[in-house]
Design a protein around this ligand. Structure first.
Ligand SMILES: Cc1cc2nc3c(=O)[nH]c(=O)nc-3n(C[C@H](O)[C@H](O)[C@H](O)COP(=O)(O)OP(=O)(O)OC[C@H]3O[C@@H](n4cnc5c(N)ncnc54)[C@H](O)[C@@H]3O)c2cc1C
Length: 459
């Protein structure tokens, strides 16, 4: 059996960065990929500045990967406001590109890097101590085995970890041509009554649209009409007709949006990175920034326990934020209406816009600071609820909103303490997120009725 310092299972974006980061430190790396041929996969296409910096340090040329110029931040369109909120990265620039072209480029970079040996077509099916096996009796040994094999990770299973993924929703991907974006050089987040849409440029004449689709809608016979009705009122003018046309042509790429908490990073000698550790809703585009940071910091570390503890701490803020923001923006309840209003109040201040972007992009990872902003938000949301409650017949939904906001605080606090200290009944109970999601899914069945409900809701 051949021997290597490091064996990386999976040549996706995070596996490639893991191999490059280790090779840069002088390690002899084996990179094993089950499906080396190009696929038409729909996945992450937007990188925050932290991830762009890591790629630059690994020597990856994003322009060669088809990156279409720097991304300065996000324009957020909400149903409640006529103009968008422009949230800019305080430092650095992000990037956008087409996923499959970018993975090709990352793989090409690993093939050209000294110290990395590719094993194309190696679908790892057995791990024994420090040896890795695939196919009919083929294998190698490595001092460090790293599972970068995504959501369905074999390495994760081999470590005996549970398959604790939750389906949140589906994502419909469209490609538009001949379209000018309202804010070129920015990602566009469009908040609708059913979920968020993400729109960004992936080429000189290609714009990607990602529409969040409630799972019960995925199989509905009138799905595309439902999506047109739900997103039309909130889309910027110039995107309406092209998106409707793409939906009517049913030219859709599909992906599933899932959540898995980032709790286990493996054991000494066998680590997990990227989606194999955990994943969040793509709304905040956190996945690859988290994965690249796992990979880069692991290559700099010789001590598993301290690396894993640091990653757990540094992943809390982006993971919490992705979950909380999806909950607040995708779900319809008195509590989420009030919290959204509170967010817009905060975004009136440039300082809060900068802070939001620092949290969102992984540049700021302090949980106490996030909780301080969360406390401010909850106070403001409660004021909105209380002022609504002054109207007769509104106190009942307002009380439900207060209970829901209290549940959110409880959940945030519980999430923020180390796992052994978490309250066991909360660990077992669904998070407010899950409860609301279940309510919404129930309300979305049958979907036709829900669309009628949504149309009748006041802005
Ligand atoms: C619709 C959608 C939009 C997204 N948008 C964004 C975004 O804008 N920004 C962002 O940062 N993130 C985004 N994400 C998340 C992002 O796509 C993931 O975080 C990222 O792809 C994870 O990379 P990975 O290398 O860990 O896993 P994957 O990309 O899943 O790669 C895993 C690799 O391992 C290989 N493999 C699997 N099993 C084996 C085995 N047994 N042996 C050998 N090889 C194996 C697979 O073939 C694959 O190549 C999005 C996700 C979705 C679904």
């Amino acid at each position: 059996m051949q021997s290597f310092d490091v064996a990386v299972i999976g040549g996706g974006p995070v596996g490639c960065v893991t191999a490059l980061a280790h090779a840069k430190r002088g390690a002899r790396v084996a990179l094993l990929e089950a499906s080396p041929e190009r696929k038409n996969r729909f996945a992450g296409e937007l990188l925050h500045p932290v991830a762009v910096d890591i790629l630059a340090q690994c020597g990856v040329n994003l322009a060669a990967a088809g990156s279409h110029g720097p991304n300065r931040g996000f324009a957020v369109f909400t149903p409640e406001h006529s103009g968008p909120f422009l949230l800019r990265y305080p430092k650095g620039k992000g990037a956008t590109f087409e996923f499959n072209a970018y993975v090709d480029e990352l793989r090409a970079a690993t093939m050209q890097t000294e110290g990395i040996t590719w094993f194309p077509g190696a679908r790892v099916s057995m791990l024994e101590g420090q040896s890795v096996h695939w196919g009919a009796g083929t294998g190698l040994r490595a001092g460090r085995i790293i599972g970068a094999d995504g959501r369905f990770s074999f390495a994760r299973k081999a470590l005996g970890l549970p398959d604790d993924r939750h389906v949140l929703s589906h994502m419909a991907g469209l490609t538009l041509h001949g379209v000018e974006l309202p804010f070129e050089g920015s990602g566009h987040v469009v908040l609708s009554r059913v979920g968020p849409a993400l729109v960004y440029r992936i080429g000189p004449d290609a714009v990607r649209v990602c529409l969040d689709v409630p799972t019960p809608w995925k199989k509905a016979s009138n799905r595309n009409e439902l999506l047109i009705n739900a997103y039309r009122p909130v889309l910027p003018e110039q995107l309406r007709a092209p998106i409707e046309q793409a939906l009517r042509q049913d030219a859709i790429l599909w992906a599933v949006n899932e959540f898995r908490p980032r709790t286990s990073y493996g054991r000494p000698g066998m680590m997990l990175v990227g989606d194999a550790v955990g994943h969040v809703h793509p709304m905040t585009a956190a996945g690859m920034t988290l994965g690249f940071s796992d990979a880069w910091t692991l290559a700099q570390s010789d001590d598993f326990e301290s690396w894993a503890a640091q990653r757990r701490r540094d992943s809390e803020v982006p993971a919490l934020l992705a979950t909380a923001l999806y909950e607040i923006f995708a779900l319809q309840s008195e509590a989420t209406y009030a919290t959204r209003k509170a967010i817009y109040d905060l975004w009136a201040y440039p300082k809060m816009q900068r802070r939001t972007m620092n949290f969102l992009s992984g540049a700021e990872t302090s949980l106490p600071r996030l909780l301080a902003v969360g406390g401010n938000l909850v106070t403001r949301a409660s004021v909105h609820v209380a002022s609504d409650a002054r109207h007769p017949r509104r106190w009942r939904p307002a009380m439900a909103a207060v209970r829901s906001i209290a549940g959110l605080i409880h959940w945030l606090v519980n999430e923020s303490v180390p796992e052994p200290m978490r309250m066991p009944f909360i660990q077992k109970a669904a998070t407010p997120f899950e409860m609301l999601r279940q309510q919404q899914i129930a309300a979305l069945t049958p979907p036709e009725l829900r669309v009628a409900d949504l149309a009748a809701e006041p802005a």
